[in-house]
Design a protein around this ligand. Sequence first.
Ligand code: LUZ
Ligand code: MOS
Length: 753
Amino acid sequence: MKTMKNIDSFTHVRGESLFVDDLMLRQDTLFGLVFDSPKAHGKIKSVDYSKAEALEGVIKIFTYKDVLGENQIGGIIPDEPLWAEDEVHFWGQPIAFIVAKSEAIAKKARALITIDIEELPVITTAKEAKEKGSFINAPRSFNLGNTQNAFTECEYVFEGETFSNGQEHLYLETQGCYAVPQENGNIKITSSTQGPTAVQKTAAKVLGIPMHKIEVDVIRLGGGFGGKEDQATPWAVMAAVAVQHLNRPVKYMLNRHDDLRMTGKRHPYSSFYKIGLTKDFKIKAFEAEFLQNSGAAADLSPAIAERTLFHATNSYFVPNVNTTVYSCKTNLPPNTAFRGFGGPQGMFVIESAIADAADKIGINKRLIQEANLLAENDEFSYGQIATEVQAQNSWFSAKEQYQLEQLEHEVADFNNKNDHYKKGISLMPIAFGISFTNTPMNHARALVHIYQDGSVGVSTGAVEMGQSVNTKMLQVAQSVLGISPDKVKLETTNTTRVANTSPSAASSTADLNGKATEMACNSLVERLTEVAADMLSTKKENISFKEDAVFVNDKKSELTWEALITEAMLRRVALSENAHYATPIIHFDKTKEKGHPFAYHVYGTAITTVTVDCIRGNYEIDSVKIVHDFGKSMNMGIDLGQVEGALAQGIGWMTMEEISYNNEGRLLSNALSTYKVPDIFSAPKTVETIPLKTEGNQMAIKKSKAVGEPPLMYGIGAYFAIQQAVKAFNPNYKLKFHAPFTPEKVLMGLYEK
Ligand code: LUZ
Ligand code: MOS
């Protein structure tokens, strides 16, 4: 397999790639630091800044009083102040922004601030919030058929409860920004954000100035995973406020502790399900109530809640569905986007319901899964008709290519022969919808310049965050123009070159920005074709561009790319092009909760095998064997990296990453000593990925398929494989659906009576 390397790999391995923290600073640069709430809920009686302000080197301490525009950063719902005014709603909520001559001074100053808070009752769980009627917005429901009637016709009906915990993004690069004053009150912000336009728009609103006065530039991110879709914004805006007042550059990089404490995470969910099956194991009806722990402000919670409903039946066809989600307002930091965006939380519930049903009926879970896989023209609960479905294809090809029955045999055999180690095996199918569920967000633009020496610069709205989107954009430009990769450069993501962008999110960045790049390059090709046809005295239809040259009737001519560009310049042909792409077909009607929100779905199946140490309760993931629908992958190396990375992240979420807040709303897992993420020892011993042979999708770039988020949900398989192993050791174990399945919980399950 030979694919183009990530174009950043050379500078990455040499440590030369630039991130916010690597920027050369202007000499007069100042350093910011947030003073945040030491309580989860209360009224601010007083704050004493006098000692901090008196400290040598402290320039100014900013609060909501210094906001000249609106003290408001809420994206979907305006319910979040940049700085707290008279109340605090979560531990870690920003109250003030200290600007000093050095980070060390700012830190010293922070310790000198005293605050008096009159404490109010703290809610940390979604269930408690629901009991108290504390919600972000109205609940949403997706319905299909009639579940009440359907349950009466079912042979089996089971009900139960699940919980899945939050997850820390743990991007290698913490949140940060550098804001620099320009002339006339303009400000340039370099930010580690997935959403440059969100930063620009929010900064303009808070500062009370037009958007054109704010330029946001993004070089690349050291990881985002959703954590920088919305939550890169406040730090950048605070720095911009300081620049507005001081007319000096301000830098703010969060240290890891501050980042962990002050930022939101994946949403924990408490859920209830009711599943009804016929005697041949068809899921006839499914009901679920999802309680999303949204935290103290909306952030992206309503959109995430919506995606939970979209994925509540995973890759199964269920004719009668009734699902409701509540965004529950609690006193935790506002939870936010995280790879999968509520989808994984939804899928965990139906997989739990199926496991529960299988256990109680006394059959293998996979028999129920297999009996219900989506087929062509099946209807999702939200009205979209499934087409080009690969649910059964991926399932059965995983079964065959990995010889599932043999694997199951080996597990059973191992379990017969071993008393203190037990193995478990599970299958995890996925179907993940591609597009922002909020239809108006599905657009992107690209700006392509051909310079007069034939080299090319490409700007798009895509943010490079390690997913290699820039490499894919380069491949698009280079292949459409028929030139070698080294002729193309990807520019930074900048709001002055590509405006009004949607964040790089929803697995859609390469599709949306790639299509725009393709369109811009096609327009350039069209124009250059005319020049070439004229120069070579042939018809336009005979011309094509390949190998840095002009081809006539598929034969290389004398005319090189460079010579063509030189001539095009002399003829005053425009060598720049801007293109706009908006995903066709998709639509959604929220008043009916029906429509066709997704351009397409990504499918796949993973087989996970684990070994549990039944003395200690710890476990190893032996192998994960995947059949994944890449479409016609543009770059297999990059796409395999996405599958493996997402899988590791999914396994971490399901098995070991345990976010913990105490009853007062204080984050206990506030360091990597108390928050365990997968390392090389907890990674699966082997991961195999076989690409499903499919046509690919027209709606995706170059008939590939989006790959960023879908494979995360393969990690859910680890939960159920461990559960099987526990059950093999202890037949009395009652299935619980409470993720992560940590070694402590495994141990309790192994010895439960
Ligand atoms: N972000 C967003 C997302 O704003 N809308 C979405 O539908 C979405 N889906 C996945 C990940 N991020
Ligand atoms: Mo997202 S969860 O920023 O794709």
